[in-house]
Ligand binder design. Structure first.
Ligand SMILES: Nc1ncnc2c1ncn2[C@@H]1O[C@H](COP(=O)(O)OP(=O)(O)OP(=O)(O)O)[C@@H](O)[C@H]1O
Ligand SMILES: [Mg+2]
Length: 413
């Protein structure tokens, strides 16, 4: 495997830090060659509150990755959370200098750069940019104006931006762990969407919801691009804490009980099932019924789902989402989750299925890896597009400067 071509993605979640390394392989399709996982310390609800602890988590994760990879990578792509994502359409226009000749890649480069400059308040950083279409002498919706004739070239670019502060904080932690942030920085929900949403779903209208440990992140897609993103500061950790407080149990015991016995499916509840759980003090035991556990879990999960529903309603798209809601993140792995989600949301729901990549084992197909796998796929796709389409070098370089998904110009596989 070529060390230089290695694509490494890092997802620093509230509960776990995960790194995946993949080799693009001679045919350009990624092949997973290493995995690193460590518990995260230093984040609350997706935001860094302790830089040293976060750096230590990243280090531990990369030490783990080194075990399977055989060497320590130097750089990584990054997904960020808690950075107050917003999206906007930027429209720019310029008079093309050689009006008598055809539009060149340099002209396109120039107009996209204008969009880039026009849209950047000081405290915002571009995470992704999608040219929605070009406008030539007032004709809208042109996908690729190269080779066409006209005087005034315009571009509509959909910009996804994040607050500079949280992105810099995470980048500093990665650098402090002796790694460079190389290439793509993207938002968690958008990375997960890369892994589990089909192009058809994105065109029709769909919401990706990632229920993590500390946050629940949403990205609403329609016409192929994310039009709205939001973050709700609740996740699986809140359920664990509720169990701990409600049943007076240590948090690690509460987590274990949740993973082993919790269900939000009425049909799966057995009134007779009693569980013995170790209490706070050595030798102390608490006897509880599965139904007591379920009541606590259902109450919190219903609250999270109601907040998701409110957020989707606020966008005004609730009634035009034929593809419904697709879930990722560890929190959505709760037993009976789809049944409850469908009842509360009143929309079609499905669990996101992480596509199988070469070198991937069953463990990596879990919903909690959607962000890491999506980020890896996205970086690999950009790399593949650059290799396959040298003629669009101008677009590629703009893509890099923009920060930078130029989806309409990138082949989908
Ligand atoms: N089978 C399961 N049943 C219920 N909950 C689960 C299951 N598996 C994982 N979880 C929960 O999922 C949560 C972690 O999800 P995930 O790994 O996606 O979060 P994260 O990326 O670390 O955090 P965030 O994305 O919020 O920053 C934990 O609260 C964990 O208890
Ligand atoms: Mg996460």
């Amino acid at each position: 495997m070529g060390k230089n071509n290695l694509i490494v993605s890092l997802d620093v979640g509230t509960t776990k830090t995960r790194a995946i390394a993949c080799d693009p392989a001679p045919d350009g399709f990624p092949n997973i060659v290493g995995l690193g996982i460590a518990s995260t310390h230093g984040l609350t609800r997706g935001s860094i509150i302790d830089m040293e602890a976060t750096t230590a988590s990243i280090r531990a994760c990369f030490e783990d990755l080194k075990q399977s990879l055989g060497h320590m990578p130097l750089a990584t792509h990054l997904s960020v959370n808690g950075c107050n994502i917003s999206s906007q359409i930027v429209r720019v226009e310029t008079v093309v200098k050689q009006a008598k000749g055809a539009i060149t890649h340099a002209d396109i480069d120039h107009v996209l750069e204008m969009a880039h400059r026009a849209s950047l308040p000081e405290d915002r950083q571009i995470l992704m940019a999608f040219p929605v279409g070009f406008i030539l002498d007032g004709t809208e919706g042109i996908r690729d104006p190269a080779g066409m004739y006209g005087n005034v070239l315009g571009a509509e670019v959909h910009m996804i931006t994040g607050s500079v502060g949280p992105i810099r904080n995470l980048t500093s932690c990665v650098n402090a762990a002796e790694l460079a942030v190389d290439g793509e920085i993207t938002a968690q929900a958008l990375a997960a969407a890369e892994a589990v949403l089909s192009e058809q779903e994105k065109q029709l209208g769909v919401v990706l919801v990632d229920i993590g440990g500390g946050t629940t992140d949403l990205a609403l897609y329609t016409d192929g691009v994310p039009w709205h993103t939001a973050s709700i500061p609740l996740g699986g950790l809140n359920i664990t804490k509720d169990i701990s407080y409600g049943l007076k149990l240590p948090q690690d015991v509460a987590e274990e009980l949740k993973l082993q016995y919790a269900t939000v499916s009425d049909g799966a509840l057995d009134d007779e099932t009693e569980i013995d759980a170790p209490g706070f003090y050595p030798g102390s035991w608490t006897m509880l019924r599965q139904r007591d556990l379920a009541m606590i879990v259902v109450a919190r999960m219903e609250e999270i789902l109601e907040l998701i529903k409110d957020e989707i309603r606020r966008t005004g798209y609730f009634d035009v989402l034929p593809a419904g809601v697709v879930f990722t993140g560890g929190g959505s792995e709760l037993h009976g989750f789809e049944e409850l989600a469908s009842a509360v949301l009143g929309l079609p729901v499905r669990q996101g299925v992480v596509p199988v990549m070469r070198g991937m084992n069953e463990y990596l197909c879990r919903a909690e890896f959607a962000t890491s796998i999506g980020l890896t796929m996205y970086a690999a796709r950009l790399q593949r597009a650059r290799v396959r389409r040298p003629m669009s070098a101008a677009l590629g370089s703009v893509a890099e400067r923009l920060g930078s998904l130029m989806r309409p110009f990138i082949p989908m596989s």
